[in-house]
Design a protein around this ligand. Structure first.
Ligand SMILES: Nc1nc2c(ncn2[C@@H]2O[C@H](COP(=O)(O)OP(=O)(O)OP(=O)(O)O)[C@@H](O)[C@H]2O)c(=O)[nH]1
Ligand SMILES: [Mg+2]
Length: 279
């Protein structure tokens, strides 16, 4: 069901929305995780809505809050390194595998780097994914430094002349300075061999407004070029995508909608807005 269903139902067939309707819209926006700031902005613009085209106007208002930056994976050089970062449990490793699977399905070559060396299980998890989707995974010895795995993987990717190297990193709290500094280090060692064309931040849609705070800190530390918003399947509160784009102007490039490798797609803004307003 669309997040504006009650409001839209009231708006249809009316020439103007009465004050009660704004309250309904406000409640719906907040319940959808659009957040207080953006909710206030949207209500302000929506108050000029009139009559039959109100629905289309509302869609346009929402659209004006989405990023206009490209959502394509950037093409920077022969071998492209994609660094995947985010807080614990957001879906980084799964998204790395899903993205590799998508690239692989277009017959483009891809390699993975298991630079989450804090837990042996994390390396195993990526290796299992690699076997399942038929993509090679570079990992280090037990207790290896994340940066050294990333360094070795960059060399391996260059030698194998694959098109993409995707680097999985350990989950980190966005307020832990040393872990954020380590991300910078991983970035620098990769750049000794390969340019990094993307830094994708993985945000769990079910974490709500906290996702905006996470995105801000990560963007300051590592120059995030795009977002992957996961777990949109389990969340009726998909408004977080709009809230983050509006607050940071970082484009969502992919969305995760389940645990399987195919539950993943490039973010389609038209479809997303349609889902918010009409479904
Ligand atoms: N429903 C749903 N579950 C997801 C999605 N993406 C990931 N998950 C699940 O979320 C859990 C955590 O996923 P991981 O990929 O291990 O997350 P992570 O960010 O790598 O976790 P850490 O490495 O521990 O920080 C797993 O159970 C995944 O199956 C999604 O789009 N939808
Ligand atoms: Mg992981």
């Amino acid at each position: 069901m669309g997040i504006f269903s009650k409001f839209v139902a009231k708006l249809k067939g009316q020439s103007t929305a009465d004050p009660l309707d704004w309250k309904v819209l406000e409640e719906e926006l907040l319940a959808a995780d659009i957040g207080p700031t953006l909710t206030a902005e949207i209500i302000k613009s929506a108050q000029s809505l009139k009559g039959d085209d109100a629905l289309a106007s509302l869609t346009n208002i929402l659209k004006s809050h989405l990023s206009t930056k490209s959502r394509e994976l950037s093409v920077a050089s022969d071998v492209r390194a994609i660094l995947v970062v985010g807080v614990n449990g957001t879906g980084k490793t799964t998204s790395v595998a899903k993205l590799a699977n998508l690239i692989h399905s277009f017959n483009s070559s891809v390699m993975l780097a298991a630079a989450d060396t804090f837990r042996a299980a994390a390396v195993n998890q990526l290796q299992t994914w690699g076997e399942r989707i038929g993509v090679p995974v570079i990992s280090g010895k037990d207790g290896a430094e994340p940066a050294s795995v990333a360094f070795d993987a960059a060399i391996a990717a260059k030698e194998a002349a694959v098109k993409f190297l995707i680097i999985d990193t350990a989950g980190r709290l966005h307020n832990k300075n040393d872990l954020m500094a380590e991300l910078g280090k991983i970035r620098r060692v990769i750049e000794k061999t390969l340019p990094i064309s993307e830094v994708l931040l993985v945000i769990d849609a079910t974490t709500g407004q906290n996702g905006i705070a996470q995105a801000k800190i990560f963007a300051e530390a590592v120059d995030v070029t795009g977002l992957i918003v996961t777990k949109l399947d389990g969340s009726a509160r998909g408004g977080i995508a709009l809230a983050i784009e509006s607050a940071l102007d970082i484009p969502i490039k992919f969305i995760g909608t389940g645990e399987g490798e195919r539950d993943f797609a490039p973010f389609d803004p038209e479809r997303y807005l349609n889902g918010l307003v009409n479904d």
